[in-house]
Design a protein around this ligand. Structure first.
Ligand code: PEP
Length: 250
């Protein structure tokens, strides 16, 4: 059974106009460690341009969301097929900012995952508990429930990635203790293997939430942490490269 390939993925959220492509170029032009997948997910408006700019290089480009349908009367939305045509290879789905801000349920996330597969995009599916859920002792129940319901059966035949992102750790500078991260990742692994067998054992489980160059090494060294989903620190090439370097040193 092959071990998961680690990935460091940057989520630019609603940041970045064309000028920011220089940061992406700096990342792609650096001496990246072998055996680590690197991805950048810019706003939809930059996916095509970033894909063209980085074409043939080591950095994958991804979207941050997609609609479940391939086309239709959905003002403001982007389909998985559109992202794929623009050069995306993967797409972040079920980010807590979408779950909370747009009321995305696990069922909606699962439909988006199916759309990503239809368009040959690798889904990076986010799960994570709120602060109230953590304080209420519900973290493992919430996270494993989200994993079971957000990931459709069809994934057993396709590459996919899961990102554990505690909602309260995103953009806050706070992170769970190393022991807490380890506990949640172990529970996600168990759930993935239960649901998908060998494919569930091969899937990388990323940690996301205030990962910085200063804390990346200890987080990435934990068992079952197969990389990081990085928001704020992916906007500056030097910070992002510091995190990628920590993944290479595992
Ligand atoms: C994110 O939005 O996925 C994220 C992890 O953000 P940050 O790294 O800024 O906490």
């Amino acid at each position: 059974m092959s071990a998961p390939v680690p990935m460091i993925a940057g989520n630019w959220k609603m940041h970045g106009t064309a000028a920011a492509l220089a940061e992406a170029q700096q990342v792609a032009g650096a001496d990246l460690p072998a055996g680590v997948r690197v991805a950048l997910c810019p706003p939809a408006t930059l996916v095509e341009r970033m894909s063209r700019t980085l074409q043939g290089g080591p950095v994958l480009v991804g979207g941050q969301d997609c609609h479940p349908e391939p086309q239709g009367a959905h003002t403001g939305d982007v389909s998985a097929e559109m992202l794929a045509e623009a050069g995306a290879k993967l797409v972040i789905l079920g980010h807590s900012e979408r779950r909370a801000g747009y009321g995305e349920s696990d069922e909606v996330v699962a439909a988006k995952v199916a759309a990503a597969l239809r368009a040959a995009l690798e889904p990076v599916v986010c799960v994570g508990e709120t602060l109230a859920e953590r304080e209420g002792g519900k973290t493992l129940d919430v996270v494993t429930w989200q994993v079971r319901r957000s990931l459709p059966e069809a994934l057993s035949a396709r590459p996919f990635t899961v990102a554990y992102e505690p909602v309260w750790a995103i953009g806050s500078g706070l992170t769970p203790s190393l022991g807490d991260i380890e506990e949640v990742h172990a529970a996600i692994r168990e759930t993935l293997v239960e649901k998908f067998g060998e494919a569930g054992a091969r899937t990388a489980i990323l940690y996301g939430g205030s990962v910085k160059p200063a804390n990346a090494r200890e987080i990435l060294a934990l068992p079952e942490v197969g990389g990081a989903l990085v928001g704020g620190a992916s906007l500056k090439a030097s910070d992002f490269l510091g995190i990628i370097g920590a993944a290479g040193a595992r």
